[in-house]
Ligand binder design. Sequence first.
Ligand code: GLU
Length: 409
Amino acid sequence: MNNPFENALSQLARAQKVQAFPEQFLKQLSVPMREVRISIPVVMDDGRLEVYEGYRVQFNNARGPYKGGIRYHQNADIHEVKALAFWMALKCAVVNIPMGGGKGGITVDPKKLSKTELEKISRGWVRGMADVLGPKKDVPAPDVNTTPEIMGWMVDEFAKISGDTTRATFTGKPIELGGSEGRGAATGLGGYYVFETLREFYSVPNGATVVIQGFGNVGGHAGEIFSKNGYKVIATSDSKGGIVKEDGIDIGALEAWKKEHGTLSGFPGSRDISNEALLELLCDVLIPAALENQITAENADRVQAKFILELANGPITPEADEILFAKHIPVVPDILANAGGVTVSTFEWQQNLSSEHWSEEDVNTKLKNILMRESRVVHEKAVSLKTDLRRSAFIVAMERIASAMGYTL
Ligand code: GLU
């Protein structure tokens, strides 16, 4: 069993081997500043009382308020949330936005809840956490299975408790409740900008074939954006399984299909494939955009992609990283590849605090400039240190966090 937080710490150790950081700094960066666990009692629609477990891990705020999403998943636990919070701290540093790292979660399968129950559990999470949240303290956002609608309930609950009317305590809100233009597509679009900046260094041709694991907010938008820009998406999947269509999937049509049938399976002209087999398809670009620990020591050797863009958090274990590195398959790490979401979240927070509303064009231009610039920084560091992009991204982020914590390197 891969414990995501142990994986995160071994990534840190791998980076430290390439460039040494002060011992005290590593000690501090290996533990969160604060972990909060709460019980959320919910009266279910049938009158029963259920008690759910909720979390917030505030990892590091040296560079700004804690920032990161809230995940609703039946397998969410404190180890996962801790790893995700750690990655958020590094992610915000790697793209140089003024935020620290945090993450939250609830152990629940939201697909089994009614809308009323979902609203109650979401408001309950805010009531339990309100003391540790705020625009200058900790700013949550969506993650796996959490939506703009949920952020809307949360920001409303927080305003009632705290009197804070800036709406800057949650990002990823609906536009009419203070959300930013472009936030929905930001992780997918950001991944595309990072990819476009880096692909020339690794000779990935325009029009390449793409396989995407995940068809949620991140994978779905990525599919649309890559297709629109001339790439051929030949396979994708959701939590139930995937489909392959070698002559290319029309993502809009697939979305309509899923809406109508509740599954990707049966999409005209396609064949079914399991989530595991999808990762081993022959393709130019593989985009894991679902959950962690998908490519491990067990299957890394069978990966046939020429280039990997991690839009999920933590989809590749450290052992698998070694195998892919030896196979010369470049991996653009999550903390860079999926940083578009938190970058536009930060724009949303800035807009809320200054009572502004930026156009989608302004948002996307700012996003593009940041991600192109920082992708080059990470690439140059990898070249100069003769290492992979994960280790160089870690080193760039660690340098920035260390200097914010007062270490001289
Ligand atoms: N959940 C997203 C992530 O993992 C976004 C976080 C945010 O917008 O704060 O990066």
